[in-house]
Design a protein around this ligand. Structure first.
Ligand code: FAD
Ligand code: NAG
Length: 367
């Protein structure tokens, strides 16, 4: 069987994980073309860089998503094992998750899941769980994904695709030396918020949901903590990374495109996180008096902002048939975007589903 040329557009967590999964199946020559890459200067256009990012309890009713998330957890649990292949990208930890509205009927299973006793519930929460999980360090993990892809023979091209027809007619070569290269047998579109404007896709149901976080250096905090809120725009969490930084979050504001941190939001996040987790303040201060957010400000490393790539109705994964390079030929274009607030948590399971969908489509192409 002839090796098939696959072009993936986008190098965020979704594009990289999908590209690796296709590549490791065998029989594909995979090239990623993307505007932004893991070690580029920081930009709000690259959402994956700005994620928290933990793996929490799934409390929704979607059984398919539950399975995809559980498959992903298994993969990342192995990656993060002591001595494992990507240990340094993760901080394995215990998360204490508090819920203002109780546990709900759909709560997921997680390793070492325990109900938190009522006497230990924080800030008026109705219920809580503790469980084993990990916090990902996205900038480190994204570079791990990229190096794994390259080490196994993947190709990378920096370029901004204006219209999918550019890739069809020119291949990725046009961004390398201005000359056409092999015609793709399939296109895989994993370009997050870019799906709104990419010619040939122009998905009007894609929109941003703005997040803002504060990263502090507080290596004495090693457990993760979270508190759900009745307000959909507010979510409180404390996610310690392996390097001693702790991510404090967050807000969730749909259709807000503002690309940098707002100082008043930073203040609100510090207030909420300190109320949830007074252990954030330096231990020597807590030994003397009740801490305030002014005790946290000197610990700030960075105030961050990211635009979650939303799609109305959730993840969009489907095949569209588009004109190929040869006259009257059709090739599959697999759309895979709209991961919104959770791009890491389902990433490996979702990439496997994408591969299956792609292979199903390619089986229908008459050679
Ligand atoms: C504050 C915050 C906290 C979060 N916390 C979590 C968490 O705890 N757990 C979790 O799972 N998720 C979390 N997320 C969500 C997660 O970050 C996103 O779901 C995920 O990063 C989306 O990845 P992506 O690959 O689809 O998009 P992106 O990372 O934005 O990547 C898009 C890629 O496409 C490229 N591209 C776009 N258009 C074009 C074009 N026309 N031509 C060429 N290239 C193009 C870009 O350059 C880039 O390489 C969080 C997000 C935020 C903002
Ligand atoms: C794979 O694709 C790259 C460009 O994306 C190309 O340079 C290379 O020749 C291709 N390899 C094979 C074996 O077709």
């Amino acid at each position: 069987m002839k090796t098939k040329e696959v072009v993936v557009i986008g190098a965020g967590v979704v594009g990289l994980t999908t590209a690796i999964t296709i590549q490791e199946q065998g029989g594909y020559n995979v090239t990623i073309v993307a505007e932004t890459w893991p070690s580029d200067p920081k930009t709000v256009k690259y959402t994956s860089f700005w994620a928290g990012a933990s793996h929490g309890v799934y409390r929704g009713p979607d059984e398919n998503l539950r399975k995809v998330r559980q498959d992903t957890f298994k993969v990342m649990w192995e990656l993060s094992a002591p001595g494992g292949p990507a240990e340094a990208c993760f901080h394995r930890t215990t998360e204490h998750a508090f819920y203002y509205d109780g546990l709900g009927q759909y709560a997921d299973d997680m390793p070492n899941l325990k109900r938190i006793p009522e006497s230990e519930l924080r800030l008026g929460a109705k219920a809580g769980y503790s469980f084993s999980s990990y916090v990902i360090d996205p900038p480190v993990y994204l570079n791990y994904l990229l190096s794994r892809f390259i080490a196994r023979g993947g190709h990378i091209v920096r370029g901004t695709v204006q219209h999918i027809s550019q890739v069809i007619e020119g291949g990725t070569g046009i961004w390398v030396n201005g000359k056409p290269s092999a015609a793709p047998d399939a296109l895989v579109v994993c370009n997050g918020l870019g799906a709104k404007t990419l010619g040939g896709v122009e998905d009007a149901e894609v929109y941003p949901n703005r997040g803002q976080n504060v990263i502090v250096h507080a290596p004495w905090v090693r457990d993760a903590m979270s508190l759900s809120s009745p307000e959909p725009t507010i979510d409180t969490y404390v996610f310690p990374r392996r390097n001693g930084d702790v991510v404090l979050g967050t807000v969730r504001v749909p259709h807000d495109w503002y690309p940098v941190a707002r100082p008043e939001t930073t203040t609100q996040i510090l207030e909420r996180c300190l109320a949830l987790c007074p252990e954030l303040a330096p231990p020597e201060i807590r030994a003397q008096r009740a801490p305030t957010i002014d005790d946290l400000r000197p610990l700030i490393v960075e105030e961050t902002c990211g635009l979650r790539p939303m799609h109305v109705g959730g993840i969009r994964m489907e095949v569209n048939w588009i004109d190929g390079r040869e006259r009257e030929s059709k090739i599959p274009m697999l759309l895979n975007y709209g991961y919104g607030p959770s791009g890491y948590e389902p990433s490996w399971g979702s990439a496997k589903a994408a591969l299956e969908m792609l292979e199903g489509a390619l089986a229908n192409v008459v050679a």
